[in-house]
Design a protein around this ligand. Sequence first.
Ligand code: ZN
Length: 462
Amino acid sequence: MTQPLPAILAHLDETAPAARDRLIDWLRIPSISAQPAHAADCRRAADWVRAELESIGFTASVRPTAGHPVVVAHHPGPGADAPHLLFYGHYDVQPADPLELWTSPPFEPAVVEGPHGPRVVARGAVDDKGQCRMWLDAFRAWHAVAGGPPCRVTVLIEGEEEIGSPSLDAFLAANKDELKADVAVISDTGMWDIDTPAITTSLRGMVYGQIDVRAASRDLHSGMYGGSARNVLNLLTQILGGLQDETGRIQIPGFYDGVKELTNAQRVEWDRLGFDEAAYLGDIGLSIPVGERGRGALERMWARPTADINGIWGGYTGDGSKTVIAAEAHAKLSCRLVPGQDPAKVVEGIRRFVADRLPADCTAEVQVFSTTPGIEVPADSRWVQAARRALGAEYGRPAVLMGCGGSIPVVESLKRLLGLDSLLVGFGLNDDQVHSPNEKFELRCLHQGARSHARLLAEIAG
Ligand SMILES: [Zn+2]
């Protein structure tokens, strides 16, 4: 067989208007997973994509869960020896409020001209319907030109990502065999900029907890007891004030165990991106960076762990004054973790950190709400290499290997429950207004993203 890729890319070019219209069609369905009134719309969005997959040679079904349904589809590709990819996406969207800030109704997609050409403005434009459309369009083009994709493909599109995927783990566990694949492909991340493609190869994890400290057996009068009785709020803030030393290094025992230093190649690549930290901070009214001294901004946000107090309360916080020495004080603490850190050890470290600083007549409890490890996709894996070649060919410049300061919980679920690594290739831009009014997706991203996915299939098939 002659290499069909040129004809497939040409097909994507010729059919770009139809691809835009298919995205617009799907965006008209207000599949807001958080709002029970939109449950039927979620079902409709699932049916819409099931029909779409069936029309391009997949066997597809809408499968019930305890919440909104999941769409699963399969394509045998050229046969059992071909690499097997699992494409993950979500059809649900965030609520559109506040509606008055939208320049056009969120579920009446508008095509408007921007600095990069036309863009689609609608809720879900990029997160995640637009990003799903790109690989669906790539499958469609392979189907039209070559009769089907050159790899085996399984598709998993859920409807609860925006509410924390409460039904996904159970679904993955119950359908483990059916969802088997060699690697997962996820488009829900961003590019470096519109000309520079990116592959996200590390995601930070998290430990989230609450610290409750108790001192006196009751609230006290600060005139009668001040100077003798322990003030629990002073104590808690002293403890928390010691979380970082003056160089920004976190003082929780064992916190940095397993944290890897950046490779030189990685440091050079990230330095070359020329991230403008002053502008980044200027945007939010700040000018002085924090974090570990001597490390670059991208390194601090993508490859180093953090400890942040997210809330603190106790004593009297109402109007006016009340001279009280409180009996208890509380704080929420979250740590962003990087690959290599063991969340259980971090929890242990937090407990020790608090206990070591606690006077003998006080008590402290550390409640843990969630723990997820940081995740790393080896940059030298065949999947990342194939994606680098595909993106490099499409954009005429190398794809950047990025970290992500946040976490994408499905990546951890796919690893834990199906043993799958994820290849994170996304085409969103920083100004796409994800979760905000006037969410948009550049049509250029839609088109080049579809071409990139078509190339990726060819590269992976070899
Ligand atoms: Zn989202």
